[in-house]
Structure formats: structure tokens, C-alpha cells
Design a protein around this ligand. Structure first.
Ligand code: NAD
Ligand code: IPM
Ligand code: MN
Length: 367
């Protein structure tokens, strides 16, 4: 049988820097655990625009459709701010999500013990935190029509449309209920049914799907109140399901519960392919961090944990995923910190590659 295939798209800014550390982990699994991948690499985002005049070449899109999983670093940067909207780096990422139909974006926020003191919230609020945000990723206001900037009388109007069909809500709700069944059997759905019709439909459909999961305790919250509750007492949540835009905002917020945006991984999953694996793209929640790009300061952990999610969700290697997570936990417990995690007195930051090397050393020690 051939090896599972991975397409790596490092992207822009710190994307290639953090992905280089993931490559070390992939190589280690090939050499030491007999887990070999056929890896290919390509361009997405600003670097693809520089070469091809488009943030995602059709050939790259076709490759992404064929492989068992895609790993993506980050896209974007100030250099590309001047580009026309249709070719901005972010359009490349959105096209991947849409054409691969990756409707369920899993964004776990876990607070590692060694970082409990590091959050901007009090230690007892975040210690032991382990929540999962399921963000709908292929619809909503990100993709709804009509959209654009139009002339209206003597001024312009900017339009985006929030739009959800019942089936779009149904499938992401099912993903969230399935996850809740494997976790703490609690699901909170967030929308704004008090002001948006799409929110009313969202609540109705999620409630209906919930009848198929009687063991899961389902609750509903308005998304603004949800943001407040996430900072007040985040441990009240197990799984949260929400739409594309609210999920974008709430997952950045959740990142800071764990100490840094540089810690949060994600998995974007679609329907199962012929081989039973879901279509999948794995990427950190953070962006290309132009303010620290090229300085060896980026925290590679979000990207490394995204690869761990690939092991779990695409390759059925939950034990090996846990091995990576344990290695991350161990380096943090040793006090290793990239610059985004500083704050404790007298601690010198390690570089991106030193952090990657230390995680590989912990993997080695786990054998
Ligand atoms: P950002 O996530 O790139 O950065 C926000 C802040 O967090 C910055 O101060 C940055 O230095 C810090 N940070 C982020 N990741 C870090 C890491 N791994 N280690 C240490 N510090 C880290 O968000 P932004 O500044 O709003 O956006 C910059 C660019 O990235 C924009 O073009 C945006 O569209 C793009 N973006 C891309 C993605 C993606 O590719 N998935 C996600 C978010 C933003
Ligand atoms: C994210 C990012 C993206 C989004 C951008 C870069 C398109 O913020 O993955 O969270 O808004 O979905
Ligand atoms: Mn975001």
C-alpha cells in the first residue's frame, strides 16, 4: 500500500518558519515510528500571487483535492494590501475551504498546565481548560450573495449577505454533536436569533439535530453573551458550535485563554472521501504575523499541534497525536518559551527552530 499523501502549503510571513518545524516532526515519524508520508509542497497566498498572479493556482487546487490531507501555514501580509480584492492572499485560503467543501472547522482551545499563569485571565479561570469550537467554514456572510461594493445614488454601499441553508446547518451541527459524544457530552450553540433570521433557523435546525443525540446536553446562547461567558468562566463549555463569522471571532478570543494565538491549532474537515477519510486541511488559527516574520520569533506549536490533529482525524493515529501533544506539554513544563509566551521573570526566549528541536527531542525521549 502506498504511503498517505500530504500537501504542504507553507504560505507567507511566519508560515514557512513554523512549517519548517512541522517538517522535522514529520521526518521523525517517518524515521522512528514507520509512519511515512508522501509529501509534496506548493504555494498559496501572496507567494503564489508573486509567482502566478493568483493566490491559488488551479494545479495547486487540483492537488489539494487529491491528497489525503493538506497542511497550511498562513497567508497574507502588508505587501499585498494594495492588491485587488479578488487576488488577495486570503482568497486563496477561502477558495481551498470552499472548493474542498471543508464545512466543519475544529478549533480546540486547551490550556497547558505550564501556561495557566500566562493567560490574561486569572489562573483558576483557565487552568485545565479544554474546549472545542466548531466553526462553520464554507457558508454564512463569508460567501453569501449578493456581495460587493456598489454605487447607490451619490454614494457607495458595501454589501455582504449572511445566508445559511438548513442542510448547511444540519451537517455542521452533526459534526459538533458527534464530537460532543466523544467528549463531555455538552454542546452550546451560539447565534443571534434575537436579531437575525439566519440565527432563528440555526437554532431550530440545531435543536432538531439534537433529537438524534439525546445523551448530549444542548444549550443555546446569543453569540455576544457567549463571548462574555467565554471570558467569565470558559470551563462551563465543552463543545461550541457557531457560524463562520462568530466562529472566527470567538476562536481568536479563545486563543488568549490558552496564553497565545501561537498555541491554537485547527482542523477543517469535509465529508468522507472514497477511502473513508474526511477531506481535510490543517492549519494554525493564527495568521502570517508580519510584525515578527523573518526573525525566528514565531511560536511553531499551533502548527505542530495542527499536524497532531491530522494524525488524529485523517490518519486514525490518536495515540501518535497524543505523543506530539505530550511532547509539547513536556517542553512547556521545562520552561521553554518562544517570545509570545514571555512574562515570567528571567526567562530567555527560545527561537522557532529551538522550540521545534526541543519538541523532537521530547518525542525521541518518549520511545
Ligand atoms: P496574526 O495572527 O498574523 O497576528 C496577530 C498577533 O499575534 C501578532 O502580534 C503576531 O505577531 C502574533 N502571532 C500570531 N501568530 C503567532 C505565532 N505563531 N507566534 C508568535 N506570535 C504570533 O493576525 P493579523 O496581524 O491580524 O493578520 C496578519 C495577516 O495574516 C493578515 O494578512 C491576515 O489576513 C492574515 N491571516 C491569515 C490567517 C491564515 O492564514 N489562516 C489567519 C489570520 C490572519
Ligand atoms: C482565520 C483567518 C481567515 C478567516 C482569513 C485569513 C481568511 O482569520 O482562519 O481565522 O477569516 O477565516
Ligand atoms: Mn481568524
Amino acid at each position: 500500500m502506498s504511503n498517505p499523501s500530504l500537501l504542504i502549503l507553507p504560505g507567507d510571513g511566519i508560515g514557512p518558519e513554523v512549517m519548517a518545524e512541522v517538517s522535522k516532526i514529520i521526518d521523525w515519524f517517518g524515521a522512528k515510528r514507520g509512519l511515512k508520508f508522501d509529501v509534496s509542497e506548493d504555494l498559496v497566498g501572496g507567494c503564489a500571487y508573486d509567482k502566478h498572479g493568483t493566490p491559488l493556482h488551479d494545479d495547486t487546487m487540483a492537488k489539494a483535492q487529491e491528497v489525503d490531507a493538506v497542511l497550511l501555514g498562513a497567508v497574507g501580509g502588508p505587501k499585498y494590501d494594495v492588491l485587488d480584492f479578488s487576488v488577495k492572499p486570503e482568497r486563496g485560503l477561502l477558495r481551498l475551504r470552499k472548493e474542498m467543501d471543508l464545512y466543519a472547522n475544529l478549533r480546540p482551545a486547551q490550556c497547558f498546565d505550564a501556561l495557566a499563569d500566562f493567560s490574561s485571565l486569572k489562573k483558576d479561570v483557565v487552568a485545565g481548560l479544554d474546549i472545542m469550537i466548531v466553526r462553520e467554514l464554507t457558508s454564512g456572510v463569508y460567501f453569501g450573495e449578493p456581495r460587493g461594493i456598489f454605487e447607490e445614488g451619490n454614494e457607495r454601499v458595501g454589501i455582504n449577505t449572511q445566508r445559511y441553508t438548513e442542510s448547511e446547518i444540519d451537517r455542521v451541527a452533526r459534526s459538533a454533536f458527534e464530537l460532543a459524544m466523544k467528549r463531555g457530552k455538552k454542546l452550546c450553540s451560539m447565534e443571534k436569533a434575537n436579531v437575525m433570521e439566519s440565527g432563528i433557523l440555526w437554532r431550530e435546525v440545531v435543536t432538531e439535530v439534537g433529537k438524534d443525540y439525546p445523551e448530549v446536553e444542548l444549550s443555546h446562547m446569543y453569540a455576544d453573551a457567549g463571548a462574555m461567558q467565554l471570558t467569565r468562566w470558559p470551563k462551563q463549555f465543552d463543545v461550541i458550535v457557531t457560524d463562520n463569522l462568530f466562529g472566527d471571532l470567538l476562536s481568536d478570543l479563545a486563543a488568549m485563554l490558552t496564553g497565545s494565538l501561537g498555541m491554537l491549532p485547527s482542523a477543517s474537515l469535509g465529508a468522507p472521501m472514497e477511502n473513508g477519510r474526511p477531506k481535510a486541511l490543517y492549519e494554525p488559527v493564527h495568521g502570517s504575523a508580519p510584525d515578527i516574520a523573518g526573525q525566528g520569533k514565531a511560536n511553531p506549536i499551533a502548527c505542530i499541534l495542527s499536524f497532531a490533529m491530522a494524525l488524529r482525524y485523517s490518519f486514525d493515529k490518536g495515540d501518535e497525536a497524543a505523543r506530539v501533544e505530550e511532547a509539547v506539554n513536556a517542553v512547556l513544563a521545562d520552561g521553554l518559551r518562544t517570545a509570545d509566551l514571555l512574562g515570567e521573570e528571567g526567562v530567555q526566549p527560545v527561537s522557532t527552530s529551538e522550540m521545534g528541536d526541543a519538541i523532537v527531542a521530547k518525542l525521541e525521549a518518549s520511545l
